[in-house]
Design a protein around this ligand. Structure first.
Ligand code: BGC
Length: 340
């Protein structure tokens, strides 16, 4: 394993952003930024041994600050949407920042993705931590968060989340990487398998309504591997509302998904201890320049965001996102790469 650190440019207020890159003996590497605890690059070998960067990103800190796409960022305090940017907990109503119409998305106007973290190298991992102060974006209590990015010898990225607060607060952490196993083009030809029998119905604002719909007999059925583009254009109200896939899948177990590309022969397996995963086909991605001058385009990547079910405060029966004061949150998600 080899670790190198370098400057990643400055934010608009002059603050310098740092990068750490961890490379394994196979040549695979991860690059993480202290801005947003962001996975800036993830390079893995294809079937011919050539390295492919399989996540979208930018070349400089200023672009991460400028754009609101959450590319590769750590999302918190609560990932995805909360209706009407409010929740009540222990009899108290908390107002959150509304940054998606009237709703709250991915932690607010300045979520964890737009914060500077403390970052250090630790063995075979890159560790990012920060204290989210009481009242940040409307959330109650101080919350200590630590995200560890491990790269294994056999090309798996393991992300480990730990958090603890001094007051009861909702927490739902995820990583917002956009995967493209070809390193460019759209993901419509990628093959996807998702181990879920049901998914959350979304309303017009992509908020879960509380109803769980069976995937069977719908374009949402990825229980057997299917091309992402196969049914994405189907006349299904759930697809029409979201402009494609942008839904929480209710995972059947720890094996969440397999994504693969015939073009490069790269296969990615996703495993998690969380109950849900947002399958988002980049429908809202606007065309703009990304890393190495490569254009980022609509449906140019797929997000597989492991998470608790979104909008849980408003949906009876969803797993609670509340982390009690002094309790420890610990969660792990693995993205394991191989070739075929
Ligand atoms: C959400 C999308 C949202 C995107 C923002 C995804 O997690 O589900 O609705 O537009 O993040 O980049």
């Amino acid at each position: 394993m080899n670790m190198e650190g370098f400057s990643f440019g400055a934010l608009s207020d002059g603050t310098e952003v740092h990068a750490l890159r961890l490379t394994n003996a196979a040549g695979a590497s991860i690059t993480v930024l202290d801005y947003g605890a962001t996975l800036q690059s993830l390079r893995v070998p294809d079937r011919d041994g050539r390295l492919v960067d399989v996540v979208l990103g930018y070349d400089c800190a200023a672009d991460y600050e400028r754009y609101d796409m959450y590319l590769g960022a750590t999302i918190g305090r609560v990932g995805n949407r909360i209706a009407n940017a409010a929740f009540s907990l222990n009899g108290v109503e908390h107002r959150l920042a509304a940054n998606d119409g009237a709703n709250h998305l991915h932690g607010g106007l300045r979520g964890f993705d737009k914060r500077l973290w403390e970052m250090r190298a630790e063995g075979d991992s890159i560790v990012c931590s920060r204290l989210s102060p009481d009242g940040e974006e409307g959330y109650p209590g101080d919350l200590r968060v630590c995200v560890r990015f491990f790269l294994t010898r056999d090309n798996a990225l393991r992300i480990v989340y730990d958090a603890e607060g001094d007051r009861d607060t909702p927490v739902n952490l995820t990583n917002h990487s956009y995967f493209n196993l070809n390193g460019g083009g759209t993901v419509l030809e990628h093959r996807l398998q998702v181990f879920a029998e049901r998914f959350c119905e979304g309303d017009a604002g992509c908020l879960p309504t509380g109803r769980l719909l069976p995937v069977e007999g719908t374009p949402f059925d990825f229980r057997a591997e299917k091309r992402i583009g196969e049914d994405i254009g189907a006349e299904h109200v759930q697809l029409l509302r979201a402009g494609g896939y942008d839904h929480n899948y209710c995972l059947s177990g720890k094996h969440a998904a397999v994504l693969r590309s015939e073009e490069t022969g790269i296969r990615m397996r996703v495993e998690t201890d969380l109950p849900g995963m947002q399958v988002y086909s980049g429908n809202f991605l606007k065309r703009h320049p990304g890393k190495g001058g490569r254009e980022i385009e609509r449906r140019g990547a797929l997000c597989l965001e492991t998470q608790l079910y979104p909008n849980a405060f408003n949906c009876w029966g969803f797993p609670s996102p509340v982390l009690r004061a002094g309790q420890r949150l610990h969660s792990e998600t693995v993205y394991a790469f191989s070739t075929f």
